[in-house]
Design a protein around this ligand. Structure first.
Ligand SMILES: *[C@@H]1O[C@H](CO)[C@@H](O)[C@H](O)[C@H]1NC(C)=O
Ligand SMILES: *[C@@H]1O[C@H](CO)[C@@H](O)[C@H](O)[C@H]1NC(C)=O
Ligand SMILES: *[C@@H]1O[C@H](CO)[C@@H](O)[C@H](O)[C@H]1NC(C)=O
Length: 364
């Protein structure tokens, strides 16, 4: 069974790897050609950030992933990529010690910092859809010239850390950490060589996110190319009312939609960072253990799905399903029942980057 799947994977890999290689491979270095699938290198050549010099680029994503583009060719080009989006979260987890090549991949990324678990896409899925862990160079190429803004609570901060660990060399990423983790404050980092800027905006409540979208970003001369938002833990702890959380999410969704409609430039790629799985008995205060139980988490998750926020529900955000990933990594990936090991946020990050690869390809 395993070998049949592996064989199918190899066949699929040959198709996605060698067909585009023949078409477009000549200007890539040997390593990149060996590494990339078609989706990856077409997109990396264009990048997430489309400059104003390309005003005629069709806004394929302005309304939704699945709306066909104006031209038959672009619709055909995008169909294979977008049909892979539902599979992005199908990662599997294994113990790093016994995981062979995938743990080597994590180590090569300089991530993990002692984590016992490592994630990977099943090889057949990875090759059929072209999913791949991006190296530092590939990630910087994809994000070249881009402004990435991540706003939310501590989960958002941990995603920024994963991004910095991928983009910066290990020493620079370690040096950035104390500043990034200064309590309740914003943070900005840059990769000058690539013109990449990364902003973390401390926004623990949904009202903070709505304000960011309606006021700060609306008045800004430029909007981020990639916008990742997420909150809910503070609401659960301090307000403890799922219906009110849902109303607040509906406001965020409305603000996000109005932000992108009148723009003369392509709208930001938007992602919503879902709530993590909470391990109630490990939470570190009485108030958290009382308010943040499985019942509340389910009702809060339900609101995320039902308030016009995420793509599946007509919203602008692609859901990064942190709940599923934290649950996949398991209890031994968290010390406080709420914040998880770096490997989890590395998985979230790579799901996001691979979604960007697909979206960038659709925008061509
Ligand atoms: C990166 O972006 C800058 C503009 O922001 C552009 O001048 C440069 O050519 C890009 N580099 C690559 C490799 O695409
Ligand atoms: C976030 O919103 C809360 C409640 O509206 C407010 O008290 C707080 O000052 C805001 N924080 C930031 C960083 O804007
Ligand atoms: C979960 O937390 C809510 C809010 O504090 C509380 O009303 C409810 O009784 C709790 N449920 C369980 C099963 O502990």
């Amino acid at each position: 069974m395993v070998s049949a799947a592996a064989q199918a994977g190899v066949v699929a890999a040959c198709v996605v790897l060698f067909v585009p290689m023949g078409l477009a491979g000549w200007h890539l270095s040997r390593n990149k050609v060996l590494f990339f699938s078609g989706a990856l290198f077409v997109s990396l050549a264009v990048g997430v950030h489309l400059s104003p010099y390309l005003p005629s680029v069709p806004h394929l994503l302005a309304t939704s992933f699945f709306v066909p583009g104006p031209g038959a060719a672009s619709a055909a080009a995008s169909s294979s990529g977008s049909s892979c989006v539902p599979f992005l979260h199908r990662v599997s987890w294994s113990d790093a010690a016994s995981a062979g090549s995938s743990s080597a991949g994590a180590a090569a990324n300089g991530l993990g910092g002692g984590t016992a678990r490592t994630w990977s896409w099943p090889p057949s899925l990875a090759s059929a859809c072209g999913f791949a862990r991006l190296s530092r160079d590939d990630a910087s190429l994809l994000l070249n010239g881009s402004w990435v803004m991540v706003a939310g609570d501590s989960q958002a901060r941990l995603l920024v850390l994963a991004l910095l660990r991928l983009l910066l060399d290990p020493a620079a990423a370690a040096a950035a950490e104390p500043e990034l983790f200064r309590r309740h404050s914003d943070y900005r980092a840059a990769v000058p060589a690539r013109g990449i800027s990364v902003d973390f905006v401390w926004a623990p409540f949904e009202s903070n996110l709505t304000r960011l979208l309606r006021e700060d970003l609306r008045l800004a001369p430029r909007v981020p190319d990639v916008l990742v938002l997420g909150s809910g833990l503070w609401h659960m702890l301090h307000v403890t009312d799922a219906a009110s959380y849902g109303d607040a999410l509906a406001s965020v969704a409305g603000a996000a939609k109005s932000l992108r409609s009148p723009l003369p430039v392509p709208p930001p790629h938007m992602f919503w960072l879902g709530l993590p799985h909470l391990v109630n008995h490990m939470l570190n205060t009485d108030a958290k253990r009382a308010h943040m139980n499985g019942t509340m988490l389910r009702t809060y998750d339900h609101e995320v799905d039902q308030r016009g926020l995420v793509r599946g529900d007509g919203g602008p955000f692609l859901l990064l399903d942190v709940g599923k990933l934290t649950q996949g990594c398991g209890q031994h990936c968290t010390a406080d029942g709420m914040h998880y090991d770096g490997e989890v946020y590395d998985a979230v990050l790579h799901i996001m980057l691979n979604a960007l690869v697909i979206e960038s390809q659709q925008r061509i």
